[in-house]
Design a protein around this ligand. Structure first.
Ligand SMILES: *Cc1c(COP(=O)(O)O)cnc(C)c1O
Length: 840
């Protein structure tokens, strides 16, 4: 807030700019400087804005004279200039191939952004991913802006009562001390965005978080001109009921896209991080209608190719759904403005557009208004094909148009300083600002075992130190004695095998699987030959009583005297705690029930730091696991709760019989050679693969670049192609039922297999349909799909043709089926047109 901005001595004025750039959350070269300014405030908040606000004039004057401080400051300013000004990997990589640059801009929409704890706008993995996404776009120079909401309260902070029951505290996100700046209009006033529903205008003021080179725009309904109720729209992340949730999603989607238009940003890709923001695609259509004076449907065809939907949910129940009545209330006016009926809009959010009883599904809306969609791991891509199959009736599940990009993590955010130094030694400074780390994994061979062992040992010691601090703090806070001295246990040991388990306490993650047999866990921890220690953390959703009961089980277990030295539950899991954990643990445990973990990212965070994974074969680990880089739980099958006991047994066995012995098998120099071999493999092979660098490059190559090209084609020449596509769609819809497929005749002769069929197309032009023979995968043969060629017209019939083609000889004739589908060289089929007709 401008009125809180401190007057700094002129020599230090630049500190405001440094404090406002969240690059400090992953580039730690400035930490010492903030610490020097005000150690107490820096250590408790980790927020440079607070440091500036709570430091005295006297201290500031003193540092303005301190040559050492000024030199450090000058170096940081210089480093930052260079980071911002130098062309990024994206510019360097793509200008050589194409000019002008193929992408104008990407807008990344998300309900949550977990950039750092000083800007607490996240609840879990979805938000952390979004934060890592922005940072990576900044590092690589990808032209991207983020769009989200500024909540007056972030997700809850966790503590426990005397019964071990979770308590939630909601803190006020005081915008005056968040690393944000108000977005000002050209005339110097605070810019706002107006949306209208319920016959009134709702205003959103806009804040900017600077994430290196990337801007994150945040809409805030706490605008003084709003009606009191409306000021609370952005009150809480995932707070309130269904109605507030819908209004928040309207704010994000409609308000967010409106903002981009108002700013005049050139955006070709609208990327929805989960279906929450799907209304953005409707607002994009509306803006297009106004600008190009076309109707809704042509605008849909024009814009859809530039929209990408990433789904993160492994179950259909996870989608946001709204009753029709709510949609009428809130979107009626918008539909009118777009020149369509409410029925048209509702149809976009239903699997069966004609079924009035179906609720409006945000993920379906996203699927229908985005020409491109993806899941977040290979397995999740397949699961999503199953979930979205109802939108593509009569299409085989494997052809549901939904690909995948496996998530990654932003390594500089999760790597310890010492890890960072090691990576820079191997690949040169700032290895994550381009694609060097992908080129030469063999360079890891030059790193000695001693070096790796030292790295992991130092990180483990730092974690132990930090965990003890947190433990002392939470013990003090729980204590209701007058005596405030610390208890007599001094938990944890920097030299023993350290396991970490931290995640949301959601049922499918089975956060109490390790407690299946508490005595056995206690024996594992207290084993005198192979001692083990365990750090646990995680929050349960405030409404999730089951999750809270599981937390309570852990709270009870940690009271046991025998395990007290070997086990700490650290409350209030957040990014800061996650960083220490993933840097310091030897093994990261994750035991979800497959296939419920769409991807999972916490296990990826340990890779760069030399941690190893023990995880269910679910999400990313199903792709990553090999026996030389970690341990797998389960057999890759999918079961219900009946498998829990067997999985717990396997979990204990792996820890007792493989993991602990491997860690404690040492040579004469006390080095665990085999353990280090695992680390080397995991670090070298997996870290780059599961980084956001790889992920963002996948998004560029598989989605952004082709989508931007298609979008630009559809826009060219006053939207000629978009108009043609709309006409093509209408033409097919009108006449599709007139198609008649004759009998498919397959003959084998002279060592070849030949398919022929007579097709009556009715009113449909032959170039607008494809006639295909298709075979499902069976034992020994994969799926196949072969387009037949139009050979010649049938004499004596109107618009009827002989189609033919050759088929592979190796599969039985009965495998093949015949179908007609829509065809256009510039349309995505079936994503944009799922018409299909099978031969009887
Ligand atoms: C990485 C992270 C998550 C997501 O991890 P999962 O693997 O999905 O459990 C959640 N919360 C925090 C604080 C994280 O750092």
């Amino acid at each position: 807030m401008p009125n809180l901005e401190r007057q700094l001595p002129p020599a230090l004025a630049i500190l405001h700019e440094l404090a406002a750039d969240l690059q400090w959350s992953w580039n730690h070269s400035g930490d010492a400087l903030w610490h020097q300014l005000n150690p107490a405030v820096w250590e408790s908040t980790g927020n440079p804005v607070s440091v500036l606000q709570f430091t005295s004039n006297q201290r500031l004057q003193q540092l303005a004279q301190d040559q050492g401080f000024l030199t450090h400051l000058a170096r940081l300013v210089d480093e930052r200039r260079r980071y911002l000004d130098e062309p990024g990997w994206y510019q360097r990589h793509y200008t050589q191939a194409t000019s002008p640059l193929p992408l104008k801009g990407i807008a990344y929409f998300s309900m949550e952004f977990g950039v750092c704890d000083a800007l607490p706008l996240y609840a879990g993995g979805l938000g952390i991913l979004a934060g890592d996404y922005l940072k990576t776009a900044s590092d690589l120079g990808v032209p991207l802006v983020g769009v989200g909401l500024l909540y007056q309260e972030g997700y809850f902070r966790q503590s426990f009562d005397e019964q071990g029951w979770q308590e939630q505290t909601y803190l006020f996100n005081d915008p005056g001390s968040l690393p944000l700046t108000p977005l000002l209009d050209k005339d110097g006033s605070w810019l706002d965005v107006t949306t209208s529903f319920l016959c009134r205008d709702v205003l959103f003021r806009v804040w900017v978080a600077q994430v290196g080179r990337v801007k994150l725009y945040l809409l805030d309904s706490n605008h003084p001109c709003n009606q009191p109720r409306d000021r609370g729209i952005t009150s809480q992340l995932y707070g309130g009921g269904t109605e507030l949730r819908l209004v928040q999603e309207i704010a994000l989607g409609i308000g967010g896209w409106r903002l981009l238009e108002q700013l005049g940003l050139e955006i070709d890709i609208c990327h929805l991080n989960e279906g929450h923001a799907a209304f953005a695609t409707l607002e994009r259509i509306r803006a297009h209608c106004v600008k190009h004076k076309v109707d809704f449907w042509q605008a849909l065809w024009a814009t859809r190719s530039g929209n990408l939907f990433t789904t993160h949910t492994p179950v259909a129940a996870g989608f946001d759904r709204y009753p029709e009545s709510l949609l009428h209330r809130y979107a009626g006016e918008a539909a009118l403005e777009m020149g369509v009926t409410m029925e048209d809009i509702l149809a976009l959010g239903r699997a069966n557009p004609k079924d009035d009883s179906e609720a409006f599904n945000m993920a379906y809306l996203a699927m229908r208004t985005c020409a491109h969609s993806n899941g977040v791991s290979e397995l999740h891509g397949q699961v999503s094909q199953r979930i979205f199959q109802p939108l593509f009736p009569r299409w085989p599940e494997r052809q549901v148009p939904l690909g995948y990009v496996t998530n990654g993590v932003h390594i500089p955010s999760w790597a310890a300083d010492e890890t960072d130094t090691l990576w820079s030694e191997v690949f040169g400074p700032h290895p994550w600002q381009d694609d060097r780390v992908f080129q030469h994994p063999e360079q890891w061979q030059a790193v000695s075992d001693h070096r790796l062992w030292q790295l992991t040992s130092n990180s483990r010691a730092r974690l132990v130190e930090y965990a003890r601090q947190r433990y002392r703090r939470q013990w003090r806070h729980e204590s209701n004695q007058l005596d405030c001295s610390l208890p007599n246990v001094h938990p944890l040991d920097p030299n023993i095998l350290t396991l970490g388990f931290a995640r949301r306490f959601a049922e499918y993650k089975r956060p109490d699987l390790l407690l299946h047999d508490p005595d056995r866990l206690a024996r594992l921890l207290c084993n005198s030959r192979y001692p083990v220690q365990l750090l646990v953390a995680g929050k349960a959703h405030p409404a999730d009583e089951q999750g809270k009961a599981k937390l309570q089980r852990w709270q009870e277990f940690v009271q046991r005297e025998d395990v007290a030295k070997h086990l700490v539950f650290i409350e209030d899991y957040d990014i800061t705690l996650a960083r220490y954990l993933v840097q310091g643990v030897d093994v990261w445990i994750n035991n979800p029930r497959r296939p419920w973990e769409a991807c999972g990212t916490s296990g990826m965070k340990v890779l760069a730091n030399g941690g190893l994974n023990l995880s269910s074969l679910d999400g990313w680990w199903a792709e990553a696991y090999t026996p030389d880089c970690g341990w797998a739980l389960g057999d890759g099958g999918e079961y219900g709760t009946e498998q829990d006991a067997a999985d717990a047994e396997q979990l204990y066995q792996l820890l007792e019989q493989q993991i602990a012995p491997c860690f404690y098998t040492r040579d004469a120099e006390d080095i665990p050679r085999q353990w280090l071999q695992h680390i080397r493999t995991s670090m070298a092979q997996l870290t780059p693969r599961f980084s956001t660098n790889r992920m963002l490059q996948d998004y560029l190559e598989r989605y952004y670049l082709p989508a931007a090209r298609q979008y630009q084609q559809r826009l060219a020449n006053q939207g000629t192609l978009a108009r043609e596509l709309r006409q093509w769609e209408q033409h097919l819809a009108r006449h599709w039922h007139e198609i008649h497929l004759g009998k498919l005749i397959i003959t084998e002769k002279a060592g070849a297999c030949f398919a022929e069929v007579q097709v009556y197309l009715g009113g449909i032009a032959p170039e607008t349909v494809a006639i295909e023979v298709i075979a499902d995968p069976v034992a020994g043969h994969g799926a196949e799909c072969i387009a037949l060629e139009l050979a010649y017209p049938l004499t004596g019939a109107v618009n009827a043709y002989h189609y033919q083609g050759s088929l592979p000889l190796y599969r039985p004739i009965s495998d093949w089926s015949l179908r007609a589908i829509a065809r256009h060289p510039h349309a995505q089929v079936p994503a944009e047109n799922p018409l299909i007709c099978w031969a009887d």
